[in-house]
Design a protein around this ligand. Structure first.
Ligand code: MN
Ligand code: MN
Length: 249
């Protein structure tokens, strides 16, 4: 069940109401990386796992995300309803607030309606938690942008809290994967991989083909050239040799 307490999880005090910024804030209300997307994603995913600890974590974080949705709504409300007459007219002549009125609406910063396809959920908890880490990265990137655009310290402070919590959530999801030994193991489920599981298909031509990093180096990965020898670049055999020698460090 849900219990409603009529005060936000963190205070919201907008000092300089700006309806144009309110429109940008809509990205975190009805947008792809927004709080509704996060809340409904974690809530839905929670019923995919029988691990009661992880189920509780997902439902608890989902509930916190609804608290974030409330904070974003309050910010949008304060940036529109309390705006000075001149600023209000500026926004109301050019944005959806002219038609839809004060406060938040379930659209993103460009006016596109929220879409259930923003909810990233499958049937496997490892797959879901990986998607969640990516989702938190998306939310964090949007908040960093909004903090740069914010017109006042009150908005920046509230946004910094929201951004910080997304960092905390990403760490929780990583710890849950770590507990399952799945933080750095991409294989889960029933799949028996074939013999290419540790192969780097080198499909790059020219000098770039020799770039090496831990993602394509021994002993974890073996290189298999798929570019014809004659097109590998670098002159008479030099590139070819480099490509088959041990990784340079
Ligand atoms: Mn959030
Ligand atoms: Mn989050």
């Amino acid at each position: 069940m849900f219990i409603h307490r009529p005060d936000p999880i963190h205070q919201v005090h907008v000092e300089t109401p700006d309806p144009v910024f309110a429109e940008q804030l809509l990205e975190q209300f009805g947008g792809a990386t927004g709080e509704l997307s996060a809340a409904l994603t974690y809530f839905t995913q929670s019923f995919h796992t029988e691990d009661q600890g992880i189920r509780d974590m997902l439902q608890n974080i989902a509930t916190e995300e609804f608290g974030h949705l409330e904070m974003v709504a309050l910010m949008i409300e304060q940036h529109t309803r309390r705006a000075k007459q001149g600023a209000q007219e500026k926004a109301f002549n050019s944005t959806l607030f002219a038609v839809r009125g004060y406060g938040p609406h379930l659209v993103d910063s460009r006016g596109s309606t929220w879409d259930a396809r923003y909810v990233n959920e499958g049937g496997n908890v490892v797959r879901d938690l990986r998607a969640d880490i990516a989702a938190e990265a998306g939310a964090l990137a949007t908040y960093e942008t909004l903090i740069k655009l914010a017109p006042d310290n009150g908005s920046r402070e509230a946004l910094r809290h929201l951004a910080t919590r997304e960092v905390a959530h990403a760490r929780m999801f990583m710890k849950a994967l770590e507990q399952m030994n799945k933080l750095d193991d991409p294989i889960f489920g029933e799949l028996q991989p074939d013999d290419t599981v540790d192969v780097w298909f080198n499909l790059t031509m020219g000098p770039e083909a020799d770039r090496r990093g831990p993602w394509n180096s021994e002993p974890t990965f073996h290189i298999r050239d798929l570019v014809p020898e004659a097109q590998q670049g670098g002159g008479m055999g030099s590139a070819s040799q480099a490509r088959h020698s041990p990784p340079k460090r």
